[in-house]
Design a binder for this molecule. Structure first.
Ligand code: 6GU
Length: 242
């Protein structure tokens, strides 16, 4: 998976060189290149923004630097990349979307700042490559960089060979639509709090049943919206009635 990221704050993307994403880059599973949008502005101040037509607060990112950056980056690889634009006005990043991103061989991430990028950049880009606007959720960040870190991490960890332990991908929150069960480690008694006895019983079937029950309870308490959509509920009658 190749990821080209265009940003006015390239340093924001440095965590991609750490930990598992860093290891994935060294293993050749993941290729990351960060490009400074200001390299594609040609005035003395390397200007990338201007005031909005129609008035209003804030600044809008100019189309020319964006288009030159996109054309430059598009020329760096073979085939057609998918353009991912992080923004609070997009579809929400879910595990399903992360799986779709993990299937993309090449993505360009366009990190906007200020009030956003001139709309004509999206239109022009859509004529030459698929474009997806993706949001982390219903709140506002200052720019796309933090979201891109989340998107690449969520996708890259699904690549075969990324995780040390591939099994840890199977029993996770959101893989089947339910939240994860609570976990415990030694000691069995800590500050007078005991690990649930079933986990010490050695009865694997009982442990599995308890964990499933915990997942249902936790999902009902914290994320009831997920229960209605959960594949893990097929054939059960625990969906609370709306
Ligand atoms: Cl992807 N970008 C920005 N700027 N704000 C957000 C977001 C993205 N997702 C949620 N809020």
């Amino acid at each position: 998976m190749r990821c080209d990221i265009i940003s006015i704050f390239p340093e924001y993307l440095e965590p991609l060189n750490l930990s598992l994403p860093g290891q994935a880059q060294r293993k050749g599973l993941l290729e990351v290149a960060v490009h400074d949008l200001r390299d594609f502005a040609h005035d003395r101040h390397r200007t990338v923004d201007d005031t909005p037509y129609g008035g209003g607060a804030g600044m809008v990112m100019k189309p020319q630097p964006w288009w030159e950056a996109l054309e430059h980056v598009r020329g760096l690889g073979e085939g057609t990349p998918t353009l991912i634009v992080p923004g609070p006005g997009g579809e929400v990043l879910t595990q399903k979307v992360a799986r779709e991103l993990a299937d993309e061989p090449w993505m360009i991430f366009a990190c906007g700042r200020y009030e956003g990028i001139d709309e004509r950049v999206y239109e022009a880009a859509a004529e030459v490559m698929p474009v997806r606007v993706i949001s982390l959720g219903d709140y506002v960040l200052n720019g796309g960089e933090v979201a891109v870190l989340a998107m690449i991490e969520a996708a890259a960890r699904l690549l075969p060979g990324f995780m040390g332990n591939a099994e840890s991908l199977v029993e996770e929150s959101h893989e089947d639509g339910l939240l994860e069960y609570p976990v415990y480690t030694k000691p069995a008694s800590w500050r007078e709090r005991e690990v649930p006895p079933v986990l010490l019983s050695g009865d694997h079937a009982k442990v599995a049943a308890w964990r499933h029950e915990q997942r249902l309870e936790r999902t009902a308490a914290r994320r009831p919206d997920l229960l209605h959509a959960s594949a893990a509920l097929a054939g059960t009658d625990v969906v609370p009635q709306a």
